[in-house]
Design a protein around this ligand. Sequence first.
Ligand code: FES
Ligand code: FE2
Length: 385
Amino acid sequence: MTNELEAPVDRWYVAAHSDEVTREPLARTVMSKELVLYRKMDGEAVIMKDLCPHRWAPLSMGRVVDDCIQCMYHRATFDENGQCVSVGGSDEVPVPWRVPTFPVAERHGFVWVWTGNRSAADPDTIPTLFERIDVAGSRVVDDCFPALKAHYMLAVDNLFDSTHAESLHESTLGSPGFSLQRDVDDDGNAAAEGAKFEVQMTDDGIAYQVEILNNIAGRSFIAGLGRRLGQPGEYTGPVDQFLKVTWSAPCFFTFDMTVNVAGGASEDAVNFCTFHALTPETPTTFNYFYKTVEPPCAYHESLARFWHDKTTIAFNEDKTMIEAQQRLMGTRRPYRSDRWGALPSDQLGMAARGIVEGLIGADASVAETDDIEEEIKSTPVGVGH
Ligand code: FES
Ligand SMILES: [Fe+2]
């Protein structure tokens, strides 16, 4: 069983970074649903369909008034429950219009939305792998590629495959001769001397760890280590590096990276995490939210912005590649392609696809298409005149 989006419906997805949701309406598409987001006067986030039932003007072109959103075409005004409370400035509402609203939760600096079966929307099922973002004293930098033109599973593949760092990110996360995972043998062990590669199945996904001792690291990491040590330019000696990647199905990742002078004292190490949420938008686009987090530390100078800028350059390299893949795939489904070649480094991505497929099969709901006309017929919007 599957659906057009190739994504489980009964799940929480990230709709926005918390600071993107304000008293100005924000338009966003999640799971083929066009949504408008705003905050009430008490700061609580509201998410409803971005469509005025009168003449289908986008509510995101309107304005927030008290706890309501007002359409800018003929001033129909809808409260936080989507109920029309006034039209054209009059409280006399001629028709019982109601705009569908969606369950919202706010956790870990993200606004989450549930577009599936409402009765199953329990905020306690929001993935816990982002909890580290909340640690007091952490430095956090947010970013987003909205409407990235590719199926979200191409990004899942990309984030599971660390071997592309040495080619696609050759001048950013990689460096000549640098390899995180290339020499993995049939048992999943890293063949290179001084390297370990371990995979673990978790309750809600897959995790893997890479440890490489006394070796070279990627350019960004040795540049960051140089700054940490107060040296101009890159640190040129051998390093120890540790990477832990955690994936929570279907589309959430954390990357926890530590680099140190080979055999160095732990207080000299640099550590940062990146958090990734890939939200399906349409069958060929997704919203890519990410945060770079530096843990509380006694550094004289925060490296959070430095890491963020470096990883953003690398993510742009990924964006260019996966959008190009999608262009060639067109409307063919990347999710199910059995024409691809397979390398050992593709194994985790393919295992992830199997897990996602199981979640889609367990869905109580069915994903709706992005055909707005079909969707509106199946929702109780606007009984009309
Ligand atoms: S289209 Fe919104 S009030 Fe007319
Ligand atoms: Fe990448």
